[in-house]
Each structure stands twice: as C-alpha cells, then as structure tokens.
Write a protein of this length. Structure first.
Length: 92
C-alpha cells in the first residue's frame, strides 16, 4: 500500500520485492509468472525482465498506449445538433 501512496519513495523496496520473488519463486502482489513454451519465448521474457529490473518502476517501459479521444470539432457538432433538435421539438 505504501508503494501505491508514495511511488516516488518505493523504488528500492519494489526492486527488492521483484528480485526476491524471482529468486524464491514465490508470487507476490507485485509480480506474476508466465509459462513459456520454448527457448525463444524464454529469451524474450528474460530480456524484458532485465529491462524492467534496470528501469525505474514509476517510469514508462517504452510501451506507448494512446487513447483515442473525439476531437473538439466533433463534440461541438454533436452539441449543436442536440441543441437544434431540442429547440425544434419544443412548441412555439
């Protein structure tokens, strides 16, 4: 819980938790395990694990995820249409 509330001060504790989890092979709330089927998958997993352990937990690992958001013009057009339909349906 401390890591959630104070991520800026939890880097050392997080790194220790992850390393110890892999050494002891015990899953913790900050780790999980994947099953790999061949050597290529194992190599990719090891490479990613090295990236994660070498990076800062609070920073992005290079995976960019963008959410699509409607443009301002589209929102304005919808609002104008809604206003026009409402005004048209009112009598007098």
């Amino acid at each position: 819980m401390t890591q959630v509330l104070h991520p800026e001060s939890s880097q050392e504790a997080w790194l220790s938790l992850v390393k110890n989890s892999f050494v002891t092979k015990v899953m913790t709330p900050v780790t999980s395990y994947l099953v790999v089927e061949n050597g290529a998958q194992k190599a990719v997993l090891r490479k990613k694990l090295k990236q994660i352990l070498a990076s800062h937990k609070a920073l992005d690992l290079g995976e960019e995820q963008r959410m699509s958001e409607p443009g301002l013009l589209l929102l304005a057009a919808l609002l104008a249409t809604f206003w026009w339909l409402r005004k048209k349906s009112q009598p007098g």
